[in-house]
Write a protein that binds this ligand. Sequence first.
Ligand SMILES: [Zn+2]
Length: 81
Amino acid sequence: MICPKCGLTRSKLDALSRRNNKTMICSPCGLDEAMFDFTLDQAVNRKKLITEVEAEILRHNEKTWLTGLPTSPIVLVSDDE
Ligand SMILES: [Zn+2]
């Protein structure tokens, strides 16, 4: 069967996508999603590397395989002006 996220042929799809809690994906993609969520949470809440707005754009882009929506560029806005 073909994983809808990575497009690779897998013997089984045994991970539930965290993006909609209904689409089955392959185990490596499931791990990717978990690591993505963990890393993003760290970047926003713990290390304050990016803002919640930037994180929302990254979340949007990370699930375009599921939504079919175009990806969005992150536009950084300086506070200095
Ligand atoms: Zn996959």
